[in-house]
Design a protein around this ligand. Structure first.
Ligand code: 3PY
Ligand code: MG
Length: 247
C-alpha cells in the first residue's frame, strides 16, 4: 500500500469500524510521540494550538508517528486556511481545527483541505498529494455553546470528516469552569447533542477525555475517535506514581 492509499483507507473507514484510541502530543518531542504510538494508540494528535512545538517540528512528528503504524492528526493553532493547507503539506493525515462555531466557518475549513475546483487549497507537492480530494480530511472542533447550537449545520457541510469535541473549552463556554464534572447535566446534554448530530450526518464524532473510564463511556455513547490525556499528562502520572510507591 502506498502512503496515500493508507491515508485514504484509515480515514475512509474511521466512521464504520471499532473505536479508535488516541492521545495528544504536546511535549514538542517527536521521540515521546513515537513511544506513545508504539504502545498501540491508533492516532496521535500533534497539537500546534497548545503544545510545546512549532511548525518546523511537524514533518518530523508526522513521520515518527506514521512510521510506527499510527495516524498523525494535526491540530492547527487557529481556523485559518493557510494553517490547514500547511498542516497537510507537512504530512497530517487529517487536520483538527479549533473553535468552529458556524456552518460557514466549517465550510471554509473543509475547502482549505481540498484543491480547486472543489476547494481553495494551494498545490503543495511535498507530501500526501493523491489523497487530497479522495477522502475527507477536516475535523472541526465544537467547544462552545454557539458551536453546539449550530451542530446540525456544521455536521452537514459537504466533505467534512467529522467533529471533535473539546470538552474543557466547552465547560468554560457553558460557565462551568475548566474543572467541570464529567456528566454535569448541561455539559452532558451538549456532548450528546454533538454525537447524535454526527451519527445522523454519517460523520466521525471525536472527543478528548481525561482517562480510560471516561474514554470507555464516550465510546459507548458512539464516539468513533476517543483521545485519552496527552504525552505530558501520561508522563506526569507515571512519574508521580513511581515516587508515591517509594515514599
Ligand atoms: C478542549 O477540551 O477544549 C480541547 O481542546 C481538547 O482537550
Ligand atoms: Mg479546546
Amino acid at each position: 500500500m502506498t502512503r496515500d492509499e493508507q491515508v485514504v483507507a484509515w480515514l475512509g473507514s474511521a466512521c464504520a469500524g471499532p473505536t479508535r484510541w488516541g492521545t495528544f502530543a504536546v511535549l514538542g518531542e517527536p521521540g515521546a510521540a513515537e513511544i506513545m504510538a508504539e504502545q498501540g494508540f491508533d492516532f496521535l494528535l500533534v497539537d500546534l494550538q497548545h503544545g510545546l512545538l512549532d511548525w518546523a517540528d511537524v514533518a518530523t512528528f508526522t513521520r515518527a508517528i506514521e512510521n510506527v503504524g499510527a495516524a498523525p492528526l494535526v491540530r492547527v493553532p487557529s481556523g485559518d486556511a493557510a494553517s490547514v493547507g500547511r498542516a497537510l503539506d507537512l504530512g497530517a493525515w487529517a487536520v483538527v481545527v479549533p473553535m468552529i462555531e458556524t456552518g460557514e466557518q466549517a465550510r471554509q475549513m473543509v475547502a482549505a483541505t481540498q484543491y480547486p475546483p472543489r476547494g481553495t487549497r494551494s498545490f503543495g507537492p511535498f507530501r500526501g498529494r493523491a489523497a487530497a480530494d479522495d477522502v475527507a480530511r477536516c475535523l472541526v472542533m465544537i467547544e462552545t455553546a454557539a458551536g453546539v447550537d449550530n451542530v446540525a449545520e456544521i455536521a452537514a457541510v459537504d466533505g467534512i470528516l467529522g467533529i471533535f469535541v473539546g470538552p474543557t473549552d466547552l465547560g468554560l463556554s457553558l460557565g462551568l469552569g475548566s474543572a467541570y464534572e464529567v456528566g454535569e447535566p448541561s455539559h452532558d446534554d451538549a456532548v450528546r447533542t454533538v454525537v447524535e448530530a454526527c451519527a445522523r450526518a454519517g460523520v466521525i464524532a471525536a472527543i478528548q477525555t481525561a482517562g480510560a473510564a471516561e474514554a470507555t463511556m464516550r465510546a459507548s455513547q458512539g464516539f468513533d475517535l476517543v483521545s485519552m490525556r496527552s504525552d505530558a499528562a501520561l508522563l506526569r502520572g507515571a512519574a508521580a506514581e513511581i515516587l508515591r510507591a517509594v515514599h
